[in-house]
Ligand binder design. Structure first.
Ligand code: NAP
Length: 290
């Protein structure tokens, strides 16, 4: 069994990038995609296009799947001969999904005699293959350690999260929650800036400048939650109760959209009402746990 054989199932923008990276590293790459036309450029560079998904799975000891979502992944795994062909293979599922999707996919793989790893890619296609490309991985440790050199072709920033297959999907959702929370707040800030006649690009640069400090603050708040000691250490919750109320009041006076500040101020006001105002900001989690 050659160590440099891999099958890539799914040739969307991410799957094509993954296949390219393995071709560039001298792997024998077999590809399959629902629409075979997307394989043309890869075939021109030496990839082999399988005639069916089952043939693609049989071609290599490692099958790396990266399709739109788990409905697409399940549809492919249900194709003729795929389950049988999976016996003895390693299925690396890089399709983004939920923790339950990952648990179900791992159970499916084990039922069909395959080993399983779950991955969550946290980068865009043109950021893949870099020394710091972030990819979360989970699944049985011996399986991960064996596959690690092959997975490192995709990026050097692989973080292994342990035996539970669902961990990568769960941590992906957790980090995405931070991303979307920040993005929505950022866009409300852009509305404040443009309403006040400021250069929004300058606002973007100022935000970028505070990000390293903000990242340090997030880490501190996570440590507070983990420790369970919510005594004020950096940022009293009451300051944020007032700040979010001020953002809301200002939006109302300016006549700009109030959805984000109304949500944030509402949550902080409830936390204050629940007696958490005199604790560290992270104590808000006590409200979220209810
Ligand atoms: P994409 O360009 O939209 O490609 C989607 C892929 O899924 C194509 O191969 C498509 O096949 C296939 N597909 C969709 N529905 C299908 C079905 N019912 N049956 C069989 N195949 C089906 O998506 P992508 O950007 O490559 O993303 C792939 C995965 O990577 C997603 O889970 C995404 O969340 C994750 N990801 C992407 C990025 C990114 O920036 N692109 C970043 C991080 C993670 P056809 O070609 O036949 O339509």
């Amino acid at each position: 069994m050659s160590e440099k054989q891999i099958t890539i199932v799914g040739l969307g923008s991410m799957g094509q990038t993954l296949a390219s990276l393995y071709i560039a590293q001298g792997y024998q790459v077999t590809v399959w995609n629902r629409s075979p036309g997307k394989a043309e450029a890869l075939v021109a560079r030496g990839a082999r296009l399988a005639r069916s998904a089952a043939e693609a799975v049989r071609a290599s000891p490692v099958v790396l799947m990266c399709v739109y979502d788990y409905r697409a992944a399940d549809a492919i795994l249900a194709l003729d001969g795929v389950a049988t062909a999976m016996d003895g293979r390693l299925l690396v599922q890089l399709t983004t999904g939920s923790p339950q999707d990952a648990r179900d996919a791992e159970a499916w793989a084990h039922r069909h005699g395959a080993r399983y790893l779950e991955g969550a890619i946290q980068a865009a296609p043109d950021q893949m293959g870099q020394p710091d490309t972030p990819i979360l991985m989970s699944g049985a440790e011996p399986v991960f350690r064996t596959a690690e050199p092959m997975l490192r072709v995709l990026g050097g920033g692989i973080v292994y999260l342990g035996d539970k297959a669902a961990a990568a999907a769960a941590m992906d959702l957790a980090t995405l929650s931070t991303v979307y929370g920040t993005l929505i707040g950022f866009l409300h800030g852009a509305r404040v800036a443009e309403h006040e006649g400021f250069d929004v690009a300058a606002y973007g640069r100022i935000v970028a400048g505070i990000m390293p400090t903000f990242a340090g603050f997030l880490q501190h708040e996570a440590e507070v939650i983990q420790s369970g000691d919510f005594a004020i250490s950096q940022s009293p919750m009451r300051i944020s109760v007032e700040a979010t109320q001020r953002i809301l009041d200002t939006a109302q006076q300016a006549g700009i959209n109030t959805e984000f500040p109304a949500f944030a101020a509402g949550l902080l006001k409830r936390a204050d009402g629940a007696g958490l105002g005199g604790e560290e900001f992270a104590a808000l989690i006590k409200l979220l746990r209810r």
